[in-house]
Each structure stands twice: as structure tokens, then as C-alpha cells.
Design a protein around this ligand. Structure first.
Ligand SMILES: [Ca+2]
Ligand SMILES: [Ca+2]
Length: 435
């Protein structure tokens, strides 16, 4: 029994994966051609349903009704359905080339609603042969497709669980045919400056999302959220983590340096930091997990443990506001713990969480100002603090020793329900399927 998360090593299923990915691109291209444009390209998003990948109902050019196109992962067909009941089925097996399938799908669409022109060039792929001419991709191993669909279904349910408590604007659980991934977007309601001027970023990156950074520690210090990529310093390595790999830090001088990006400046009035940690006892009593602070005045936010197992956060402005757990909460016995700190400067509330449960709360005196002098902060550190000894602050010997995994930062104080949801799904891969 696979219990919903079957093994699906990337190397072994890549040929089938690339074929399936190509078939979903045709659906996306049809959505892009037929649907009324929406902010953040939402009209081009597909859905993972109980049948497979599907378009939303698309208006037909002849105004005769709606068209839904599905890559059916039970029958291994692309199914073109008109709302009037007419249906066309195009087989994907045995190992039918993407070019052949694409031409038959477009012919079926034309048959039902009249000709539809798509841009046949695949997007966000390493290959560029037009979809309707592609003879390279044909492999379709149905056992691997079944395993993928089982895992993807679980991943979509996890994302739905994370999305559920959010009261602001959110997207459905989208199936994106460009990167062949599943995702949910949670928006703050504020505009954003796109991080590049290419078509996708220009159109999808103009609304501020609430998650502004996510460093999974999977063989690099790159941010998979908005491109605030870090640099492993002084020998940071990667070891087996809670979710794939984690940062492994030596407690002497290792840290991850994340130079500033516009995305990080979206942290203005509220912030959440969360991570999985598996520490060794800090040699000198403190191990700093996360710090984004002005080194001279100590403004900003940080998260640290000390050698007795206490968890502390500092949110510092005119006066220092430290919040510490009332008891030692971190074990130094090789167990993973989920830590989170939230701060909302409009209410002054700062909260600490351990394994999804509230640990401590404090109303700080005088609202700290995350967007004031904090805006002068030019680095974010994982595994050390900014000290006052140097402008970028090597932070004395307060280096963290042990493992840190899946570091995230949000520009919003997540609710207790949201922190708990992140903790719960974290053990299943923190929203990332295991393939
Ligand atoms: Ca990881
Ligand atoms: Ca080192």
C-alpha cells in the first residue's frame, strides 16, 4: 500500500512526466486562447480534479456554450466536451506522440466549436518544438501516471487545507501547465512591483502575495517564492532534512546570507517566520535561526534558541521587546521541532508557536516599526544574527549548530489556525509532493 504518497523518483518517470506535461500544455493554451483574461493570469490556470487535469468551462468562439478539455488520467485520453453533450476522445496510449495528440485535440475542438488558434510553442519547458510537431515526447507509462495522480491528489488536498483558513483573497488550488505544478496564491491586497518584465512576471507578479520567502534548503540556499536567493557561507552543507534536504550549520561560522530584494521590503507592518529545526546544543548559549535586523539599532525580527532550550524572539524598536518561552521547549535529542513567530505591529501582538501550538504571547509597548529604520536592513540571515560589531554583523559567536529546514517568511501575522495547518502538512512535505 502506498498510502497516497507512492514513490516516484524523478529520474525514472521523467520521460512520462514530460509527455504528460506536454499534454497539459495544450489545455493551458486553449484556456489562454478562449477565456476572458483575469488578474495574475488566473484564467489560464487548470484544475486537478478526480479525473485528472481539466480546464475551467471555456466560452466557445461560436457562443454556443462552454468547452471543457480534460487530460483524463483514468482512461488515458484527452477528452473534449461541449456543454451541449457532444464529446470527443483522443487516446494518449500506447505512447502516442504529443504532436499527433495535439493535432487531434485541435481538430476535435474545431469540429465542436469552430477553429481555435493556439500558440503552439511550449512554455517554461527545456524543449521548444511546437506542441503540434513534437515527436520527441510520447512515453506514457500508465503505472507511473497512476502513481503521479495519487500523489498529486494528496498534494492538492494538502494545499486546500493550507488555503482554507485564509480570509483574504486567495486562488483555488491551481494546476499550472507551465511548470507542471500545483499551487495556491494568497494575496495581501496590496500591489507589487513585478520582479522582472517578462510576460509572465509582468502579469502575475503585480499583486503582493503574503508569502515573501521560502528557503527549502534542498541542495541550495535559493528562495522558491520570490527569488530572494541566499548564499551559503563558510561551509554550510546540506543534509537529510525533514523535507528532502536541510541546511546543516556547524555552529562556528556557518550561515546563509540573503541579500536584500524588493520582495523582502513587502514586510512592513506584520511578519511571520517559521522553520523546522533540529539543533545541537549551542556552544555558548545562543543559536540564532533567523534574523532580519538593523545591526546598529537592533530593529527587526529574529528567532533564536538558547542552550537551555528556551525559544526567544526579538522585535525591537524604540525599546527592546524580547519574548521568550516560559519553559525550555527545544529538545537537543535529534527531534525535529516546528517553530513560528508572528508579529503584528498594528495590534502590537507578538506570538511564539511550537509544533503548531501557541507558546507565548505578548503585547509589546509602543508599536514596533518594521517598515521604518528596518527598511535600511540589507541582509537577512539564516543561522546567525546581525551584530553591532560590523555593518553586516557577523554576530559574535551566536551561530546556530544543527539542521534548519523549510524556512519561510510572510509579510502578515498568520493566524493560529494557519500556523497549525503549516505544522500539520509539514510532516507530509510542507506542500511539496515527494517527486
Ligand atoms: Ca528541505
Ligand atoms: Ca564553517
Amino acid at each position: 500500500m502506498s498510502h497516497g504518497w507512492p514513490a516516484l523518483p524523478y529520474e525514472s518517470w521523467q520521460p512520462t512526466r514530460d509527455t504528460l506535461h506536454s499534454h497539459t500544455q495544450v489545455l493551458g493554451k486553449l484556456a489562454a486562447a478562449l477565456a476572458r483574461p483575469e488578474p495574475q493570469l488566473q484564467h489560464t490556470a487548470l484544475r486537478l480534479t478526480a479525473r485528472g487535469w481539466e480546464t475551467q468551462p471555456l466560452p466557445t468562439p461560436d457562443r454556443s456554450g462552454a468547452l471543457v478539455v480534460t487530460v483524463d488520467l483514468h482512461t488515458y485520453e484527452t477528452v473534449v466536451e461541449h456543454s451541449d453533450g457532444r464529446t470527443r476522445r483522443i487516446a494518449l496510449t500506447p505512447d502516442r506522440a504529443v504532436g499527433v495528440v495535439t493535432r487531434e485535440v485541435l481538430a476535435a475542438v474545431g469540429d465542436l466549436v469552430g477553429p481555435v488558434t493556439i500558440n503552439p510553442t511550449p512554455q517554461e519547458t527545456t524543449w521548444s518544438t511546437p506542441l503540434d510537431e513534437d515527436t520527441d515526447h510520447a512515453t506514457f507509462d500508465t503505472a507511473q501516471v497512476d502513481a503521479y495522480f495519487e500523489a498529486a491528489t494528496q498534494a492538492a488536498l494538502v494545499l486546500a487545507e493550507v488555503r482554507a483558513p485564509y480570509r483574504g483573497r486567495s486562488t483555488p488550488v491551481n494546476a499550472w501547465w507551465g511548470a507542471f505544478d500545483l499551487s495556491v496564491g494568497l494575496f495581501s491586497g496590496r500591489p507589487a512591483q513585478p520582479t522582472s518584465n517578462d510576460f509572465i512576471m509582468r502579469n502575475s507578479g503585480d499583486a503582493e502575495q503574503v508569502a515573501v520567502g521560502w528557503w527549502p534548503g534542498d541542495a541550495s540556499a535559493n528562495d522558491i517564492q520570490l527569488g530572494s536567493n541566499g548564499i551559503p557561507m563558510n561551509g554550510v552543507s546540506f543534509a537529510s532534512g525533514l523535507v528532502r534536504q536541510a541546511f546543516s550549520l556547524d555552529g562556528m561560522d556557518d550561515f546563509v546570507d540573503v541579500p536584500d530584494t524588493p520582495a523582502l521590503h513587502a514586510i512592513t507592518t506584520a511578519v511571520t517566520v517559521d522553520a523546522w529545526v533540529n539543533p545541537q546544543r549551542p556552544p555558548d548559549g545562543e543559536g540564532w535561526i533567523f534574523a532580519r535586523r538593523d545591526p546598529l539599532v537592533s530593529e527587526g525580527i529574529s528567532l533564536a534558541i538558547n542552550g537551555d532550550g528556551f525559544l526567544t524572539t526579538a522585535l525591537q524598536a524604540d525599546s527592546v521587546s524580547d519574548l521568550a518561552s516560559a519553559d525550555p521547549v527545544i529538545q537537543f535529542n535529534g527531534e525535529w521541532k516546528h517553530l513560528a513567530v508572528t508579529a503584528d505591529t498594528t495590534t502590537g501582538h507578538v506570538r511564539l508557536y511550537l509544533d503548531g501550538q501557541p507558546l507565548a504571547m505578548q503585547v509589546v509597548s509602543g508599536p514596533p516599526n518594521l517598515g521604518g529604520r528596518f527598511a535600511d536592513v540589507t541582509h537577512l540571515f539564516i543561522g546567525q544574527r546581525q551584530g553591532s560589531d560590523t555593518p553586516e554583523g557577523q554576530g559574535g559567536s551566536l551561530h546556530y549548530k544543527g539542521l534548519i529546514d523549510e524556512v519561510e517568511v510572510y509579510n502578515r501575522a498568520l493566524s493560529a489556525a494557519e500556523i497549525q495547518a503549516i505544522f500539520k502538512v509539514g510532516r507530509r512535505g510542507k506542500c511539496k509532493p515527494s517527486f
